[in-house]
Design a protein around this ligand. Structure first.
Ligand SMILES: *[C@@H]1O[C@H](CO)[C@@H](O)[C@H](O)[C@H]1NC(C)=O
Ligand SMILES: *[C@@H]1O[C@H](CO)[C@@H](O)[C@H](O)[C@H]1NC(C)=O
Ligand SMILES: *[C@@H]1O[C@H](CO)[C@@H](O)[C@H](O)[C@H]1NC(C)=O
Ligand SMILES: *[C@@H]1O[C@H](CO)[C@@H](O)[C@H](O)[C@H]1NC(C)=O
Ligand SMILES: *[C@@H]1O[C@H](CO)[C@@H](O)[C@H](O)[C@H]1NC(C)=O
Length: 390
């Protein structure tokens, strides 16, 4: 070995060992956020997830023209979720909270109604098709229920006539909130995604001092993988609770019911599944049978325009815990890069919703969020590709 090559060999050893210490990140799959496998002390992330602990969504630049952005015509929207048509495979449905009368995000209550839009591309752009629930209706989350052989739509709201000029109004949809109708979760069902039948409120709030008297943000469990089938007998719903009139910290919990249209009961003891302030839970069981929740974080570096680290991930081997909230790695932030090279740093980015591959892998393919730009009252529904399978 010449002196030169011996030196390069030493350099190689140093580089290799520093690489080794960098990748020596795990002793178990839990340290890979249950989004991958711990192999030889390094996380091997599942498609769609990245980072040393597989805690970051592998977001990719997508087209600027995407999702449901009708702000140019004066219409704002917020939460959205993609469902592929069961018969016409090149048709996609988007269930969206849209604000009537040209009102912006500030007037989400009472101006939100739930609409359905369509596109031939899961990324969009989507075109308005029909109103599903008139004002006030908000926060639709649609899942396929294999047990019921129906689509279920969970949402909040109650019938409310609105003035034609945007103005705030105090009203209630039941116990838990007397100011803005946000408390109380309802469920609807449909076989064709077009004709929906109401089952009314299944999880109202409370008129007491409970930490979760105000119940909102329904996050039904997405069960698509074979490993999730074991849970078809239970109806499992994550939700965001906060004290009466939301005068206090917003936290996540889980409630269950025997059937989707029965009344839901929080798991015992009635306490948050993790202590980090959060809302907007999106809940799924993966291909290995592990459980995941994406949230809109209300930690000081996130919140409502307070910082970029808005998307956080929590995981558990059992649906009722113990849950681990990943404080290290941010699942997604307010920066969105587009395929034309442009990017936007949003003021607010919330309501995460994933669209998964339809094979048994449950690979996340698209992330839907509600977004609001800096210095704009308008908001829209953004869809971004995840990983290279999309
Ligand atoms: C959404 O529409 C508004 C108004 O046309 C536009 O300013 C904004 O750039 C659009 N967003 C994206 C991601 O293109
Ligand atoms: C709603 O009620 C709150 C608290 O009582 C009050 O401060 C606010 O002005 C009311 N808003 C409207 C639009 O009536
Ligand atoms: C809508 O669904 C309900 C309940 O399944 C059914 O009774 C009704 O006929 C349907 N209406 C249309 C227009 O398909
Ligand atoms: C809100 O909570 C604070 C402290 O938790 C309490 O002092 C205050 O009275 C509450 N306000 C209302 C309107 O309930
Ligand atoms: C958002 O995350 C991306 C990827 O980790 C990073 O490059 C970007 O700087 C982050 N944006 C902010 C505002 O922190």
């Amino acid at each position: 070995m010449t002196r030169f090559s011996y030196l390069s060999y030493l350099k190689y050893l140093v580089a290799a060992s520093s690489l080794l210490s960098f990748t020596q990140a795990c002793n178990s799959d839990d340290q890979c956020s249950l989004n991958g496998i711990c192999k030889n002390n390094a996380c091997v992330c599942d498609p769609g997830w990245t980072g040393q602990d597989c805690g970051r969504l592998d977001l990719r630049p997508g087209p600027r023209l995407n999702g449901y952005n009708h702000t140019a015509e004066g219409t704002s929207s917020w939460c959205n979720g993609i469902i592929r048509d069961p018969k016409e495979k090149d048709k996609y449905h988007l269930f969206v909270s849209e604000f009537t009368h040209g009102c912006g995000l500030e007037y989400w209550t009472p101006y939100s109604h739930i609409i359905r839009a369509e596109s031939n591309n899961p990324l969009g752009p989507y075109t308005y098709k029909q109103e599903i629930v008139p004002t006030f209706a908000h926060n639709p989350t649609v899942i396929w229920s294999e047990k019921d052989k129906k689509y279920l739509m969970y949402n909040i709201g109650c019938s409310q006539n609105v003035q034609s000029t945007c103005q705030g109004v105090n009203f209630t949809c039941g116990p838990g909130n007397s100011l803005n109708g946000e408390s109380g979760i309802s469920v609807w069902s449909s076989v064709d995604l077009i004709n929906w039948t109401s089952s009314d409120q299944v999880f109202p709030g409370l008129d007491n001092k409970a930490w979760d008297a105000d119940t909102t943000n329904p996050g039904p469990l997405h069960i698509r993988s074979p490993a999730g089938q074991a849970h078809l007998d239970e109806t499992i719903l994550s939700y965001r609770g906060c004290p009466y009139n939301c005068n206090g910290t917003e936290l996540i919990n889980i409630a269950t019911a025997t059937d989707y249209d029965d009344s839901y009961t929080p798991i015992h003891p009635r306490k948050p599944i993790f202590t980090e302030a959060s809302e907007d839970p999106f809940f799924w069981v993966d291909k290995r049978g592990n459980f995941h929740i994406l949230v809109h974080s209300l930690l000081p570096d996130a919140g409502f325009g307070d910082g970029p680290n808005v998307g956080r991930h929590a995981y558990s081997r059992a649906w009722d815990g113990p849950w681990t909230f990943n404080r290290e790695t941010v699942a997604f932030n307010t920066t969105v890069e587009f395929s034309d090279g442009s990017s936007i740093d949003y003021y607010r980015r919330e309501r995460p919703n994933l669209f998964f591959s339809e094979d048994s892998e449950m690979t996340p393919l698209f992330l839907s969020t509600g977004v609001q730009e800096v210095n704009s009252p308008a908001s829209y529904s953004l869809i971004q590709p995840v990983g290279d399978s999309s």
